[in-house]
Design a protein around this ligand. Sequence first.
Ligand SMILES: [Zn+2]
Length: 231
Amino acid sequence: MKPNETLWNTPREAADFVDLNIDEWGDDHSLSAYDTPMREDAFELSDVEKVAKIELHFKEIMETLGLDLTDDSLKGTPHRVAKMYVKEIFSGLNPKNKPKATLFENKYNYNEMLVEKDISFYSNCEHHFVPIFGKAHVAYISSGKVIGLSKLNRIVQYFAKRPQVQERLTVQIGKELQQILQTEDVAVVMDAKHLCVASRGIQDDTSTTITSFYGGKFKEDATKNEFLKYL
Ligand SMILES: [Zn+2]
């Protein structure tokens, strides 16, 4: 139901309701689809144009907070933040930055599970724009093709470099690996700390969040348990 469809007596009441719900939803990290919601015109601006635009907006945020941007320590911050957003921590939004995966023939006929564990990743929560970080564990069973091990890390990091929810991040990595490796037999487990939970809101510094993706043979208990045993 939309705010203008009754229920509220005043616009203020309606606004309070919407605020409350945005807040709750923001903490829920609920998941809609596994594609990152992007605008049609997402790449009409060049990276240089994006940096310039974000720099202006970030300067305004800092000034609105009351900070003195003529201070030596602060004056470079809007540019630094803008560059960091576009070139580093959100660079995974742009498909041109997707790692090129070269496949090799599985000449040694290794037909068992391959597990790459404890892959460090840094991402950012799309509801609060503060870090999510932790370890990813990925596994696959070769369908006749193998991939360079560091490519597994790069794929994790590419999808992490977006505003994310951990559930979507996990599925995006799993689906990408299935596609590249031409097999359904892929598993991903992610164990992460969310600073939006630790440093604000509920301020729980000890909890971590675990998400998983199991495809093909990894849906079977024996294979799944073997994978989990290695972690
Ligand atoms: Zn959050």
